[in-house]
Design a protein around this ligand. Structure first.
Ligand code: C2E
Ligand code: MG
Ligand code: MG
Ligand code: MG
Length: 288
């Protein structure tokens, strides 16, 4: 090994890091104005019944598009928004936009909204949800809030209090990305969830990794014992779908049934006459 190589590699790494942090700072700047400039939007991804194929609900997913740069991936900008605090006003916008949209749908389907820790720590989140439901007229039973395990460990007392308030209002709470965090079993017992979402990393490995299959079976068994319905995330193939259906998973969400799409793609929600609610018709209509 040539002596200078390590140092060069390090210098290169430093340069990459500088680019990354510059990029991050630039994104952070831009994000402050994203809401006011109308650069944010939502896409909706169906959650379907594994037996009937009917759509039971949609997850609202945030999108950010910059004029020069195009779309920025949520995996990239959401952590930036969380770190800067911008997620608080942005998250409030997501909640209101999703509730207002769902309130005029021609089918009373569930609408799931992701939230971040900062939204729970900042002010009265249950109060915000309550005001948003009143303002939009959405029935509380149609709203589901998705939280992750890591959010629960930060401030468990406050989380439990907020989740309990939400459920008292008739809003349901789902645990997102289940299996990727710590203390899963204790958490499931301690917090009042209405639904579990199996993380897509397990679903994607189902065919190739026997351990992933064992974990999925384990999660489904556990959920059954706790009477919790399960949604499998990231279902892309018929084989995965068949495995999950056979294993007793009630609902699925994934590219096989429909990618996240702008609301204008869902005729049957926005036009009273159209009726195409099954997953088969959906994927046919929406495939592009
Ligand atoms: P998530 O809540 O677990 O959302 C599901 C993610 O899986 C979405 O990624 C969705 O597009 C993707 N997905 C669904 N089906 C498939 C599939 O079959 N294959 C593959 N490869 N991916 C699939 P997306 O939209 O990029 O969002 C990423 C994450 O960003 C979300 O993960 C969520 O944690 C976060 N996020 C999105 N919108 C919001 C929001 O409004 N607020 C907050 N706080 N976080 C959000
Ligand atoms: Mg989610
Ligand atoms: Mg999530
Ligand atoms: Mg997830």
């Amino acid at each position: 090994r040539v002596k200078g190589e390590g140092r060069n590699a390090f210098a290169f790494f430093r340069a990459e890091m500088d680019h990354a942090s510059q990029d991050r700072r630039a994104l952070e700047q831009e994000l402050q104005f994203a809401l006011a400039r109308g650069q944010l939007s939502l896409e909706y991804q169906p959650q379907v019944d594994m037996v009937s194929g009917r759509v039971h609900g949609f997850e609202a997913l945030l999108r950010w598009s910059l004029p020069e740069r195009g779309a920025v991936r949520p995996d990239v900008f959401i952590p930036v928004a969380e770190a800067s605090g911008a997620i608080v006003p942005i998250g409030a916008w997501v909640l209101e936009e999703a509730c207002r949209e769902a309130s005029v749908w021609h089918e009373p389907m569930r609408i799931s909204v992701n939230v971040s820790t900062a939204q729970f720590q900042h002010g009265d989140f249950a109060g915000l949800v309550s005001r948003t439901l009143s303002a939009t007229g959405l029935d509380p039973s149609r709203l589901e809030i998705e939280v992750t395990e890591s959010m629960l460990s930060r401030d468990p007392v406050r989380m439990l209090d907020t989740l309990t308030c939400l459920r008292a209002m008739g809003v349901s709470v789902a645990m997102d990305d289940f299996g990727t965090g710590y203390s899963s079993l204790a958490t499931l017992r301690a917090f009042p969830f209405d639904r579990l979402k199996i993380d897509r990393s397990f679903v994607q490995d189902l065919e190739v990794n026997p351990e992933a299959a064992a974990i999925v079976h384990g999660v489904l068994g556990l959920a059954k014992a706790l009477s919790l319905p399960v949604v499998a995330e990231g279902v892309e193939t018929e084989q995965q779908s068949e495995f999950l259906r056979t294993a007793g998973c009630a609902e699925a969400q994934g590219y096989l049934f429909g990618k996240p799409r702008p609301i204008s793609c869902y005729d049957y929600l926005t036009h009273p006459t159209a009726s195409s609610r099954t997953a088969d018709i959906d994927s046919g209509l929406l495939a592009s």
